[in-house]
Design a protein around this ligand. Structure first.
Ligand SMILES: Nc1ncnc2c1ncn2[C@@H]1O[C@H](COP(=O)(O)OP(=O)(O)OP(=O)(O)O)[C@@H](O)[C@H]1O
Ligand SMILES: [Mg+2]
Length: 430
């Protein structure tokens, strides 16, 4: 198959051999893996009856175990003693990836945590296929970060996680290019397709022409914005005010007040930052704020949310509210876990209104892809939506508005990328 000159395959070893290659979509929210069988993707069952695995871990302090995927989420919801982490991919490239910390009696950095997650994927694939996977073809967003140095470091971090997981080598492919491979059958030869992959952490675009014998990649571009940013925005604007965001704090002396500092609320609304808020200094800050608060009942909630480690419970409630409001146009965020009967009403069109500016930024990034290829937007014949956040009406509306003439196709939201990586895995190291 002709992938076209633009397909971003890179390998440290470069040499081809007949060792088996596993295709892996390490996603911000969900991961998946697969191989090619007779020209079709065959996905690995990563959990009971599931081909996708939540990208989440839980360090269970009682059982002294690292739980992965749904088991991690279940332990969190059951209130087990431990540390939950989701959206680890968003931390790739940050200096704290390589900071060692004590976890279950071991000195680990977050590259180790990612590598253990990937090792689980490798083990499951080997158990199911009877093959040994020495190499991986991994997806990656076109831009992990806007900043070039961080973007490069993020791939280096992810590569190291694969190596520590027991793979001898890893090649990377841009996630939307994988989705293009998986969806080319939707287009006739000569048609011009734009993959719109709106995931949990990033939005990624590939412009490609379908040819009789393969695809020709014309440009790829991406932006660090996805469904977890939608969650953050909804949380910041609707939930965090109930915990004291924007609330006034009295000065210890005199009658003056100032607005509560924003960082703590920003972090509490951001999936990958929540675990860091349970450190003693954040809890102390919350208590200080509550002591001098003009609205102590609100800051009191912040104190108990940090004390009882309810940050992720709130994030899950916000995500569920976002998805419900997307279907019905309105909804609610159930905050019963914070306080009996506490909830946020998401009125008509409110979620759409909050998220539209970010969706417009995603659409602007799609237009940058067109500029890179020097092809006018109205030449796109097919818009192919993949990624969980492409299920949000606001993203479809924003993207549809800049490509009004294109035929819209919906690929497999959660498996299009791994399908393409599986197909490409067979020849990734040739
Ligand atoms: N039914 C739905 N409606 C709206 N959004 C949804 C739905 N299901 C999942 N999502 C959102 O999709 C996002 C996850 O999508 P996906 O699994 O494609 O991301 P990912 O591949 O893990 O992330 P990335 O590719 O950015 O690394 C989450 O933010 C989630 O809230
Ligand atoms: Mg994805």
């Amino acid at each position: 198959m002709n992938f076209g000159a633009g397909v971003g395959l890179r390998s440290a070893m470069g040499e081809g051999s007949d060792m088996a290659v596993l295709g892996v979509d390490f996603g911000t929210s969900n991961s998946a893996a697969g191989i090619a069988r007779e020209g079709a993707p065959q996905l690995i069952q990563l959990e009971a009856d599931e081909i996708t695995l939540p990208t989440a871990v839980f360090f269970d302090f009682d059982r002294k175990k690292m739980l992965i995927g749904s088991a991690a989420g279940n332990a969190l919801l059951a209130g087990e003693e431990g540390r939950y982490m989701r959206a680890l991919k968003s931390l790739l490239g940050a200096p704290l990836m390589r900071e060692k910390r004590n976890l279950l009696g071991e000195k680990l950095d977050f590259i180790d945590v990612v590598s253990r997650f990937l090792a689980r994927v490798k083990t499951a694939a080997e158990a199911q296929t009877g093959e040994k996977f020495d190499r991986a073809l991994s997806g990656r967003p076109v831009r992990f970060h806007g900043d070039d140095a961080r973007n490069t470091q993020a791939e280096a971090d992810l590569r190291e996680a694969y190596l520590r997981a027991g793979f001898d080598d890893v090649a990377f492919m841009f996630e939307p290019e994988a989705a293009a491979l998986a969806n080319r059958a939707v287009l006739d030869p000569g048609d011009l397709g734009l993959i719109v992959d709106i995931g949990g952490g990033t939005s990624d675009f590939t412009l490609f022409r379908n040819e009789a014998e393969g695809i020709d990649i014309l440009a790829s571009h991406g932006v660090r914005l996805g469904g977890t940013d939608f969650d953050r925005m909804v949380s910041l604007e609707t939930v965090m005010p109930l915990l004291g965001r924007g609330s006034e704090i009295r000065h210890a002396f005199g009658g003056e007040t100032h607005t509560a500092p924003t960082t703590i609320f920003n972090d509490l609304a951001t999936w990958q930052k929540i675990p860091f808020l349970y450190a003693p200094d954040s809890r102390r800050l919350a208590k200080d704020l509550a002591q001098y608060a003009v609205e102590p009942e609100k800051l009191g909630r912040l104190v108990s949310v940090l004390g009882d480690e309810l940050g992720h419970d709130i994030a899950f409630a916000v995500e569920a509210g976002k998805i419900a409001a997307n279907g019905a146009g309105r909804g609610a965020i159930d905050l019963g876990v914070v306080e009996r009967k506490l909830s946020v009403v998401l009125g008509d069109g409110m979620v759409e209104g909050l998220l539209r500016p970010m969706a417009d930024e995603m659409a602007a990034a799609a237009l940058v892809t067109m500029e890179q290829a020097q092809i006018p937007p109205d030449a796109v014949t097919h818009l192919v939506f993949v990624g969980g956040s492409s299920l949000m009406r606001v993203t479809r509306d924003a993207l549809g508005a800049v490509f009004p003439q294109a035929q819209v196709h919906h690929g497999h939201a959660l498996t299009a990328i791994v399908d393409g990586l599986s197909l490409a895995s067979a020849t990734a190291f040739d």
